[in-house]
Design a protein around this ligand. Structure first.
Ligand code: GLY
Length: 255
């Protein structure tokens, strides 16, 4: 199987990004770009074909490409991001994905951020958040049901997106910050909780049997490794100041 990993460059305007939970602080653009390049190299080393979608320079948050699309095996759902400033990001990503999947589009009044959609088996857990609303979830359900996916709504508190609080480790296991999301909603999955000292550590990017994880979370990484996971740590500290994490920086398409 080939995995395409679509990414977007770090804009020189990233310091003007949307922020929901963090206080604004200076972002070193060149350092952010170096970290992002290392992330892309890691995805390449893990077997992905990395393809940058051009035209991101004017869009402060465009590097967080995950929020623009939900890619399923036979369809790609283009989102309508909850932050008005991010809606212009979608067109270029749609143009890139159109070569690989038929496209469907979330439309007003629906809003949906890809960071709120966690695919686990044939379930799409969708966070109802400051970015994703009921209409957006209903539209996603209508697109996903014919593809054999069940949509399960999860209320998100304390975090920007659902995937700030829970991501997939393998087919049976989720990595969760149980302070931010109610784990009783995941009763069919085994749960690994983040270390309490690392609340932002629940975001892990699964590529086959490998996991990409922020280097800032050694305690949680130790929990993953104790469970037998192969973890590749990357430094995304500058992107984290913009409320970004490892899943946010790519859209994966399996061919
Ligand atoms: N800065 C990431 C976001 O708020 O969408």
């Amino acid at each position: 199987m080939t995995i395409l990993a679509f990414t977007r460059a770090v804009s020189s305007r990233i310091a003007q990004c949307e922020l929901t939970h963090l206080a604004r602080e200076p972002i070193d653009v060149e350092r952010a770009r170096a970290q992002h390049a290392a992330y892309e190299h890691l995805l390449s080393d893990l077997g992905c074909s990395v393809q940058r979608v051009a035209g991101a320079e004017e869009q402060a948050d465009a590097v967080f490409i995950e929020d623009t699309a939900v890619v399923l095996p036979t369809i790609a759902v283009m989102t309508r991001p909850g932050a008005q400033s991010r809606r212009a990001e979608v067109d270029a990503v749609a143009a890139a994905l159109a070569a690989y999947r038929p496209l469907a589009f979330i439309t007003a009044p629906g809003t949906l951020d890809g960071g709120d959609v966690l695919r686990a088996g044939r379930t799409l857990f969708v966070g109802r958040s400051t970015r994703t609303n009921d209409a957006g979830i209903a539209q996603l359900r209508a697109f996903a049901a014919p593809q054999g996916f069940t949509v399960s709504q999860i209320d998100v508190g304390g975090a920007l997106h659902l995937k700030s609080a829970v991501t997939e480790v393998n087919a049976n296991t989720l990595l969760v910050n149980s302070a931010w999301v109610d784990v009783r909603q995941f009763r069919e999955w085994q749960i690994i909780d983040v270390d309490p000292e690392e609340p932002a550590a629940a975001n892990v990017l699964r590529i086959g049997n490998a996991l990409v994880h922020g280097v800032a979370y050694p305690r949680t990484r130790a929990r993953l490794e104790a469970a037998g996971c192969r973890v590749h740590a990357v430094d995304v500290s500058e992107l984290a100041k913009a409320e970004g994490a490892v899943t946010c920086c790519s859209v994966l398409v399996e061919l």
